[in-house]
Design a binder for this molecule. Sequence first.
Ligand SMILES: *[C@@H]1O[C@H](CO)[C@@H](O)[C@H](O)[C@H]1NC(C)=O
Ligand SMILES: *[C@@H]1O[C@H](CO)[C@@H](O)[C@H](O)[C@H]1NC(C)=O
Ligand SMILES: *[C@@H]1O[C@H](CO)[C@@H](O)[C@H](O)[C@H]1NC(C)=O
Ligand SMILES: *[C@@H]1O[C@H](CO)[C@@H](O)[C@H](O)[C@H]1NC(C)=O
Length: 256
Amino acid sequence: RQIRTPESGTMPPAGRISGGSRERLRRQLGHFFVASCLAFACLCGGLQADIKLRIGHNNDTMRDFIAKIFEKYDKSIPPSMYTGKTTIVRVSLMVHAMSSINVIDMDYSVNMFLRQYWNDTRLAYAHRGYNESLTLNSKKSELWVPDLYFINEKRGNFHEITTPNLLLRVKPSGEVTFSQKLTVKLSCNMDLKKFPMDKQKCHLKMESYGYTTHQLLFEWVAKIDERVEFSDDLELPEFVTPPNISTETCVVKYLT
Ligand SMILES: *[C@@H]1O[C@H](CO)[C@@H](O)[C@H](O)[C@H]1NC(C)=O
Ligand SMILES: *[C@@H]1O[C@H](CO)[C@@H](O)[C@H](O)[C@H]1NC(C)=O
Ligand SMILES: *[C@@H]1O[C@H](CO)[C@@H](O)[C@H](O)[C@H]1NC(C)=O
Ligand SMILES: *[C@@H]1O[C@H](CO)[C@@H](O)[C@H](O)[C@H]1NC(C)=O
């Protein structure tokens, strides 16, 4: 006799719940009860924290404090318009997986964190009397962010489970850290003459879509070994040896 448990996908027929699954049901209800208690406790904690969490010289709530930072902020204007200097955006990558290396379509996929760092002096708030970083993920749509794109991209995905996978943090000095989890499919011209003992050189090229080099310059982060890192549990197809990375910076002229 086979009785399927709720975990295996189908419910057992009514009246035939075995002792084992009843026990499990009780345990699940137990978890649910504990979970609701925790949620309740957190809610209380949150409400209390809100009363204590007044920051800056004016004892603002976090919400008001952030609202003041954004009061005169216009995200359509790049930071360079304020400083009169080129905005340098430093970039680094943390690669989690390289997959779908496809010799027919000549492309491959990379799953990674793309991290960008830049200074936007308009966001600086040290003078308002608060010295901790602010996480502004929910303000992403109100903030100027660089228009970086992958030149040799065929398709890309943002990861949105459970919430959009991004981190947007601002330091009191106005230095912004923007990290996104992405999967991109990139074209790679493969030379298969020596297949299956071949070595391929695949590029991942990034640039600004719309800004000139006077307004915006992408640079790799200063430390060479932090430019492209591989996560400890890097996933590679079995026939791929760990890649050998080199980074370059270049300026391309376009006639538009
Ligand atoms: C902010 O709070 C502190 C301590 O609670 C108080 O001494 C100070 O006067 C308050 N400042 C303002 C601008 O309300
Ligand atoms: C932001 O400005 C500070 C101070 O001028 C500088 O030390 C830092 O490197 C800058 N950050 C970036 C990402 O350019
Ligand atoms: C912020 O200021 C407080 C006291 O004014 C200090 O204890 C704390 O270390 C400072 N934090 C940072 C990140 O500088
Ligand atoms: C990586 O490439 C560089 C030159 O491009 C070479 O000197 C180095 O030996 C290579 N490393 C590995 C592990 O293949």
